[in-house]
Design a protein around this ligand. Structure first.
Ligand code: PEP
Length: 256
């Protein structure tokens, strides 16, 4: 059975006091997650060690970074490498979030390199893809997402791909309160699975975890998680409210 994940992207939010309080509220709640269900918390870099320590003994809970650099080490002031993340016990890393593409000029080529780095150092990448509003309005979202997959992902071997998680995040839904409908999400997730199948074969396509992201919250999690090709979510805003995120985790545990 493929892995189902509720992942929290805290983005650039929380002071140390706020991050500690939020993490404690999640860490001190018990959830009934099954073997194939996981929670991944992706705080800002500076809180990774703390989160890892807090969640180390909590089954099904993991820590992820929000980015990593294209090189392993060197004179790159201000950057953080995949090898550094691996060395402190981080297991996941988000790569290609639309905010990184938009505000930091991350290109498909850079993302391909970041994926290589993450995999080389044993991290599990959460690779984000998704179309802007104007592309959706022209009904060209499939071609757009396929290009993103081709340019950053399809150079990987099947063995490498098996360690990647895909997050479909339509840009028009991120932080807008406007989520994709379950029908829209299901259609795109099925399309992504079809593209993976064309490139790698049926089994890798069946096995890959595809998360939905974009204004996912407690009130819409259950219906999105009920879609057959939606394997959980990457959650921004709603992951900053402990009660809301706990309900999303519970929706995941009740799904499939
Ligand atoms: C995100 O940033 O990955 C995201 C999905 O944000 P939000 O849930 O706030 O739309």
């Amino acid at each position: 059975m493929r892995k189902k994940i509720a992942a929290a992207n805290w983005k650039m939010h929380c002071t140390l006091t706020e991050a500690t309080a939020l993490a404690e509220r999640i860490a001190h709640t018990s959830f009934s997650l099954s073997e194939h269900q996981e929670v991944v918390i992706c705080p800002p870099f500076v809180y990774l060690m703390m989160l890892r320590q807090m969640l180390q003994q909590k089954p099904h809970f993991h820590v992820g970074a929000q980015n990593c650099f294209t090189e392993s080490s060197g004179a790159y002031t201000g950057e953080i490498s995949a090898s550094m993340l691996a060395s402190i016990g981080v297991e996941y890393v988000i790569i290609g979030h639309s905010e990184r593409r938009q505000y930091f000029g991350e290109t498909s080529g850079m993302l391909a390199r970041k994926l290589d780095m993450a995999l080389q150092h044993g991290l599990k990448p959460i690779f984000c893809c998704g179309e802007p509003l104007e592309v959706r309005q022209q009904e060209a979202q499939n071609a757009y997402v396929l290009t993103q997959l081709k340019e950053s992902l399809f150079h990987l071997s099947a063995e490498q791909l098996a360690r990647v998680i895909i997050a479909y995040e339509p840009i028009w839904a991120i932080g807008t309160g406007l989520n994709a409908t379950p029908h829209q999400a299901q259609q795109m997730h099925a399309f992504i699975r079809h593209c993976i199948s064309e490139q790698y074969g049926t089994q890798p396509a069946q096995d890959i975890t595809i998360l939905y992201g974009g204004s996912l919250k407690a009130s819409n999690a259950a219906e999105l998680f009920a879609c057959p090709d939606v394997d959980g979510g990457l959650v921004g805003g709603a992951s900053l409210k402990a009660e809301e995120f706990k309900q999303i985790i519970n929706a995941l545990s009740a799904a499939h």
